[in-house]
Design a protein around this ligand. Structure first.
Ligand SMILES: Nc1ncnc2c1ncn2[C@@H]1O[C@H](COP(=O)(O)OP(=O)(O)OP(=O)(O)O)[C@@H](O)[C@H]1O
Ligand SMILES: [Mg+2]
Length: 324
C-alpha cells in the first residue's frame, strides 16, 4: 500500500540577519493511512517547521527543498492555491498555541462554522448543526452555549477541544497536532490525547503528533521520529524504539520525562548544554558536545543515518547496545 504521506529529503532553511539558518535537514519519513507518527525533540529541534513545511505554511523567508508526496502526488511543486485546497479536507493542523490560533475577537460558533460553510459549502443552518455535533463529539458540555462564547472565556482544555473540533470538521485524511497538550495539566492532557487517538481511529486519519515529551507519544503512536538540531536522529516503530533505544539523545529525553510532582508548564532542561547554533555548519555529530559517550570521531565526523534492521534507523557512531 502506498503511504498517505511520504517526505523525501525535506529541508528547510531561513534567511536570517545572522546567516542561513538550517531548521530541517534532509528529513525522510512516511505515514500510512490511519497511522500515528510521533515527532519528538526539545525546543528548537525543528518539529514545528517540519509540520508547517509539509502543509505549505512557511513564511517567505524560508527555502524548502525535497519532496512531499501526499497520496502519490508530489505537492511540493504545486502552486500555493492548489496546496491550500488540501487544507481542511486533506491535511489539517492543530497549532501549537491555541490562544493565538483562535481569533480572540470572534465567537467560537463563527470560528467553528466558517470552514464548514467555506470549504464544504454548507448552509449556515447545517453548519451550526454540524458544529454542535462536533462539539458533542469532542465532549464539550453545553455546545449550544459554547457557540456564543469567546476564546478567553474557555479553559485551556476546552480551547484545545475546540481546536480539535475545528481541525477535524472537514474530515481530514491527515492531522498534524503540534504540542496539543503542552499547556494543559496532566489529567486534561491524558483526556485530550485519548480523544485524538479515538478520532484518529474513528476517521482512519493519519496523525503526526508533535511533542517534546517522549512519555506523550509512548502510548499514542505507531512509530516515532526523534529530531535533534533539524535532523531525524532516530526513527523506529514505537515498541522497537522503547525496547532497543539506540541514540544517547533519545535516552536523555526519556530520562527527562516529567514526574507527576513537576508543576504544570515547567520546561525541564532536557540534557546539560544547548542545541548547536543552527546558522553554523560544524562537522561531526550535532549532539557530540552534550553526549556522555562522545569520542573524537563524534566531534569530527558526521554520522550517517544507519539502517539497524527492524525498520529502526539511527544517526550515531556508538549506538547504545552496539550496532545492528
Ligand atoms: N520564521 C522563522 N525565521 C527564522 N528562524 C526560524 C523561523 N521559525 C523557526 N525558526 C528556527 O528554526 C528552528 C526550528 O524551530 P521550530 O519552531 O521548528 O522548533 P520546535 O522543535 O517546534 O521547538 P518548540 O518545541 O519550542 O516548539 C529554530 O532554530 C528556530 O529558531
Ligand atoms: Mg514547535
Amino acid at each position: 500500500m502506498s503511504p498517505l504521506l511520504k517526505l523525501e529529503d525535506l529541508s528547510v532553511s531561513f534567511a536570517t540577519p545572522r546567516g542561513n539558518l538550517r531548521a530541517v535537514k534532509n528529513v525522510s519519513i512516511e505515514l500510512q493511512k490511519g497511522e500515528s507518527l510521533g515527532v519528538v525533540g526539545e525546543s528548537g529541534s525543528g518539529k514545528t517547521v517540519l509540520s508547517r513545511a509539509t502543509m505549505g505554511l512557511l513564511p517567505s523567508t524560508a527555502t524548502r527543498t525535497g519532496k512531499i508526496i501526499y497520496k502519490d502526488q508530489d505537492i511540493s511543486q504545486l502552486p500555493r492555491n492548489e496546496v491550500r485546497d488540501l487544507w481542511g479536507t486533506g491535511m489539517a493542523m492543530i497549532f501549537q498555541d491555541p490562544m493565538t490560533a483562535l481569533n480572540p475577537v470572534r465567537r467560537i460558533g463563527t470560528q467553528l462554522t466558517e470552514s464548514l460553510t467555506v470549504r464544504l459549502g454548507m448552509s449556515k443552518k447545517d453548519a451550526r448543526a454540524k458544529a454542535i455535533e462536533l462539539m458533542k463529539r469532542v465532549r464539550i458540555p453545553d455546545p449550544e452555549g459554547m457557540l456564543k462564547k469567546f476564546p478567553y472565556q474557555l479553559s485551556g482544555g476546552m480551547r484545545q477541544r475546540i481546536m480539535i473540533a475545528i481541525a477535524v470538521s472537514c474530515s481530514p485524511e491527515m492531522l498534524f497536532a503540534d504540542e496539543p497538550t503542552t499547556a494543559l495539566d496532566v489529567t486534561v492532557q491524558a483526556q485530550v490525547l485519548e480523544l485524538l487517538t479515538e478520532l484518529r481511529k474513528e476517521f482512519n486519519m493519519g496523525m503526526i503528533l508533535v511533542t517534546h515529551d517522549l512519555g506523550v507519544v509512548a502510548g499514542h503512536t505507531d512509530k516515532i521520529a526523534v529530531m535533534y538540531a533539524g535532523d531525524v536522529v532516530e526513527y523506529a516503530p514505537t515498541r522497537q524504539l522503547f525496547n532497543n533505544m539506540k541514540m544517547p539523545y533519545t535516552e536523555a529525553l526519556l530520562k527527562s520525562i516529567p514526574r507527576l510532582e513537576t508543576p504544570t508548564g515547567t520546561r525541564l532542561p532536557v540534557v546539560e548544554g544547548r542545541l548547536p547554533d543552527p546558522t553554523k555548519n560544524e562537522p561531526g555529530c550535532s549532539f557530540a558536545n552534550r553526549c556522555p559517550y562522545a569520542t573524537d570521531k563524534c566531534r569530527t565526523e558526521t554520522p550517517p543515518l544507519t539502517d539497524g534492521g527492524n525498520q529502526h534507523f539511527y544517526r550515531c557512531w556508538f549506538p547504545i547496545g552496539g550496532g545492528k
